[in-house]
Ligand binder design. Structure first.
Ligand code: ZN
Length: 218
């Protein structure tokens, strides 16, 4: 192999490694549509998800617990497109596992739930719009941050049409959302897969309200 080719290959490999360390994991998140929905305790949600076969067990990973996908995962989550290569098994090596999880290299599940309403969104999310007049809200990041830091309430008024509502009313188009409970399936790229009706029904029956899907990297 010519020297320049070798060098180019080495550079590409370094770049790939670098990207893997800096690139956040692709995720599909599910959460109740209604931001006022009460939190569901993690153990209760995990029990239900084990019962339908979305997950099994529960293994510590850093400060969190991750759930490997269960036997019914591919029946409950529909992958679109023609037979994509989906990695479902966690690596055996603990160090490798941590890296693979951080990069979202295999499908696995996390649950996060708490009393506090939280915002989760893609860093590249597009400017959200008013639910009434559809005008973009250019100040949304500043307003959101003030709310997250407890400096302001969630109240929000559209400068274009005067709609009085809450930050939770902003329309983010599947890249961000507000909730107390998030079910996270890591390792899924935007629109690569969608939750099937059986999974959505299970989640809706837990809260009495429908759930929605967002895609993000974080
Ligand atoms: Zn408006």
């Amino acid at each position: 192999m010519p020297r320049s080719t070798t060098r180019a290959a080495a550079a590409a490999r370094t770049l790939a490694l670098l990207r893997e360390h800096t690139m956040p994991a692709p995720k599909l998140l599910l959460h109740p549509v209604d931001p006022d929905t009460a939190a569901i305790p993690e153990d209760r949600l995990a029990r239900e998800l084990r019962a339908i076969g979305l997950i099994w067990g529960g293994m510590p990973l850093g400060k969190a617990v991750f759930y490997p996908v269960g036997e019914q995962f591919l029946q409950l989550v529909t992958f679109l497109g023609c037979s994509p290569a989906i990695e479902l098994d966690p690596p055996d090596d603990p160090q490798e596992l941590e890296k693979a999880s951080a990069a979202g290299r295999f499908c696995h599940v996390f649950i996060s739930s708490g009393e506090q309403l939280r915002f989760r969104g893609d860093s590249q999310t597009r400017t959200p719009r008013c639910p009434r007049c559809r005008c973009p809200e250019p100040e949304w990041k500043t307003r959101l941050q003030a709310w997250q830091e407890g400096k302001q309430g969630p109240d929000w008024t559209c400068q274009a049409c005067g709609f009085c509502g809450s930050l939770t009313d902003l329309v983010f188009r599947k890249t961000a959302g507000f909730s107390r409970t998030f079910l996270e399936i890591r390792g899924i790229y935007p629109a690569e897969a969608v939750p099937g009706p059986a999974l959505l029904d299970t989640l809706a029956s837990l809260t009495g309200t429908p759930w929605t899907t967002i895609y993000l990297r974080e």
